[in-house]
Design a protein around this ligand. Structure first.
Ligand SMILES: *Cc1c(COP(=O)(O)O)cnc(C)c1O
Length: 393
């Protein structure tokens, strides 16, 4: 083929591609009411990290979780994990056990405190922290006179972890649990909302989460005293004095009243957002049921996932990559599952208790577009692309 014709074809391809609407993995989905709350913040000049939207947002989360907990909304989920560790008293040199199969934000705050992460691999039923490995790790660390200071467990992709087992171990050894529920607002475990199953719960309202404030998070605690402490630390730890007096290290972690307004609008539609994501999962599962090489994560009984992400497991790395490339060519975003922390350049030198599970998931798994605003036509386009690519595998 001569070069001119070749480049014309290329230009044509680029034009054709650019016409296809991009389908994102998990984009924000506004209800329309958010602006009402934001406008109110402007009208009343409540633009600070203080104001009526903050209180309303916290109340609506409390009501939704209805589990006698207190909620402090913050600038991010990462900030919530960090504050939980501070409140527990994690400090320099302490060891913290952390689920390896997760996003790095679960583990980074351990290092903010100068503490040392110890990574725990997953089990196959929920893809979350393996209780057996957790106990092996605790026994090992205690035998070396390094009793862990905290456990960070994650309801990954919205699927609850085995909380009864993890909590029983935590209780036995008296180690507090930080429950990273950043992806699991709307999930329940034996009827109890995720985020309220342990000592400290964490939510995220980042742009890709089930509801969003564009950026934000929340810390869920047992009582008002702990909430007061959390808010105190999140607002620069100012002691009670007419001048600025400080006897603790403070943080600037409180959510702003403007962003809390977005949260108020989002909480009005949280139930619809959860069902939309669960419907996506059902659609994918039904459409791909005749493909034995594609597996879905099915929960044990009484584990209810918000299906924040629909994840599939393929039978090989090659197949996963074929699907991912095929989707990419159709302007459809998909993503490999989280790369385990114990294999990350920044974390791989830390102690780890592994069984190969999360590495297998990482090599073969793919997150499919899972937004609550996916249209029927989008879903069909995704399935057509996947089934076409599977024929080539
Ligand atoms: C998003 C996320 C976080 C961090 O939340 P941010 O609000 O983005 O700081 C923590 N853990 C997990 C598992 C997450 O997915």
């Amino acid at each position: 083929m001569n070069n001119k014709v070749f480049s014309l074809i290329k230009v044509y391809e680029v034009l054709r591609m650019s016409k296809k609407k991009k389908i994102y993995l998990s984009p924000p989905h506004m209800s329309g009411n958010e602006q009402k709350f934001i406008k109110e913040a402007f009208t009343t000049n409540w633009l600070a990290p203080l104001g009526p939207n903050i209180n309303s947002f916290e109340e609506s989360i409390k009501l939704y979780l209805s589990n006698n907990k207190e909620v402090a909304v913050l600038s991010s989920g990462t900030a919530a994990i960090h504050l939980a560790l501070v409140l527990i008293g994690v400090s320099k040199g302490d060891e913290v056990l952390c689920q390896s199969f997760t996003f790095s934000a679960s583990a980074n705050p351990i290092l903010y405190q100068g503490a040392v992460p110890v990574f725990i691999d997953s089990e196959k039923d929920t893809w979350n922290m393996c209780p057996d490995l957790l106990e092996v790790a605790i026994k090992d660390r205690i035998s070396k006179h390094k009793k862990p200071k905290a456990i960070i467990a994650v309801h990954l992709y919205g699927m609850p972890y085995k909380a009864n087992e993890i909590n029983a171990i935590a209780l036995k050894y008296k180690i507090p649990v930080v429950e990273d529920s950043a992806e699991a607002l709307g999930s329940t475990y034996f009827g109890e909302p995720c985020g309220t199953l342990s000592d400290f719960g964490v939510l995220s309202f980042n742009g890709n989460k089930i509801i969003t404030t564009s950026g934000g998070g929340a810390l869920i605690v047992k009582n008002k005293t702990l909430k007061k402490q959390a808010v105190f630390l999140a607002t620069q730890a100012r002691d009670n004095a007419p001048h600025f007096e400080h006897s603790h290290i403070g943080f600037n972690y409180r959510m702003s009243n403007v962003l809390a307004g977005i949260g108020c609008g989002q909480m009005e539609v949280i139930k619809a957002r959860v069902s939309a994501r669960r419907n996506n999962f059902d659609f994918y599962k039904t459409q791909l049921k005749n493909y034995p090489n594609i597996m879905f994560l099915e929960p044990p009984k009484h584990f209810y996932s918000n299906r924040w992400m629909t994840c599939i497991l393929t039978s090989s790395f090659k197949m996963r990559e074929t699907l991912r490339q095929a989707l990419l060519e159709e302007n459809i975003e998909s993503r490999p599952l989280w790369k385990p922390m114990h294999t990350q350049p920044i974390f791989k030198s830390y102690l780890q208790f592994t069984n190969g599970t999360s590495e297998l998931f990482f090599n073969r798994g793919l997150c499919l577009p899972s937004g609550s605003n996916l249209l029927q036509d989008d879903l069909k386009r995704i399935i057509t692309t996947i089934t076409k690519a599977l024929k080539l595998c």
